[in-house]
Design a protein around this ligand. Structure first.
Ligand code: CP
Length: 306
């Protein structure tokens, strides 16, 4: 693996290798991540052309724990604001001996453009492009599911909410089907579920109660208002009434079901505070596992980890 741009098309062996490598970076307590010299002497450039809290920070921590030199470009203060193109920016950072670019961009395909452009020894990891893909989020989601549920083959997983605009949903669906989840469901209003879901091997539900009944894992998604036009945008109250996950509705899932969310959360819109802060939520564990998973991805693409 030279770059990680998407989960789509990757074989199960590679996904499992990423999960196993991540596990090797997590200490027995699952809290403390070890520092290793796998990227010593390498330069990692974080290029976040779109806002981020979790992904940007955990990539930063992960690269430092791999002993890389890390540079996080402040895009707001960069020469992008003066009209410098994406590829000219990349060329200039390559001239500073970049070894790995971590790229988030609002345009689907931007990390691919960079991967095609850079020299063969330079690596690119997609940190979320438009509504297309968020492969490291999917891998940390898979790590979290495997941590709590061990095996994918008996699991029913529901992905709930604004699937239409969600790069996380697409990457999670590819990862779950490749890893052999028994059933993957998407649950959401007709306006926010894309038409190609059946082709991706998932069951579609437009009723939350039906969709989460008997599930082992529920992945909640926020309304991605920044990618919606007026006609699609439901009111928060209206949406919460039909698709907000409350403690009452959660009782329809299996008693040991886990609740996940990639963040950022909008409490009282797609999920009730009582669920976010309740015993079945593993949302902050996802964030913690993100460090080890991003260490795994960067060490596999750029650190000669077989
Ligand atoms: N899950 C996720 O991508 O969060 P951020 O946008 O904060 O990185």
């Amino acid at each position: 693996l030279i770059h990680l741009l998407s989960i789509e098309g990757l074989p199960r062996a590679i996904l499992t290798h990423i999960l196993d490598t991540a596990a090797s970076f997590v200490s027995v307590s699952d809290r403390e991540v070890k520092k290793v010299p796998l990227l010593r002497g390498k330069s990692v450039f974080n290029l976040f052309f779109e806002n981020s809290t979790r992904t940007r920070t955990t990539f930063d921590i992960a690269a430092k724990r791999l002993s890389a030199d890390v540079f996080t470009l402040d895009i707001g203060r960069s020469s992008t604001a003066k009209g410098e193109s994406l590829l000219d920016t990349v060329d200039n950072l390559s001239a500073m001996a970049a070894d790995l670019f971590v790229v988030r961009h609002s345009q689907s395909g931007a990390p691919y453009l960079i991967a095609q452009h850079v020299a063969p020894h330079v690596h690119v990891v997609n940190a979320g492009d438009g509504r297309h893909a968020h492969p490291t989020q999917a891998m940390l989601d898979m790590y979290t599911i495997r941590h709590y549920k061990q095996d994918f083959s008996n699991l029913t997983v529901a992905i709930v909410g604004d699937v239409l605009h969600s790069r996380v949903a697409r990457s999670d669906i590819h990862a779950l089907t490749t890893l052999g989840a028994a059933e993957v469901r998407v649950v959401g209003p007709r306006t926010l579920v894309p038409g190609d879901m059946a082709d991706m091997g998932v069951r579609v539900f437009h009723d939350l109660e039906e969709g989460i009944r008997g599930c082992d894992v529920i992945i909640m998604l926020r309304l991605q208002n920044e990618r919606m036009t007026g006609a699609l945008l439901p009111s928060s109250q209206e949406y919460f009434k039909s698709f907000g996950l409350t403690e009452d509705k959660l009782r329809l899932a299996k008693p040991d079901a886990i609740v996940m969310h990639p963040g950022p959360i909008n409490r009282g819109v797609e999920i009730d505070s009582a669920v976010v802060d309740g015993p079945q939520a593993v949302i902050l564990s996802q964030v913690t596992f993100g460090i080890a998973v991003r260490m795994a991805v960067m060490s596999i693409v750029a650190g000669n980890v077989a």
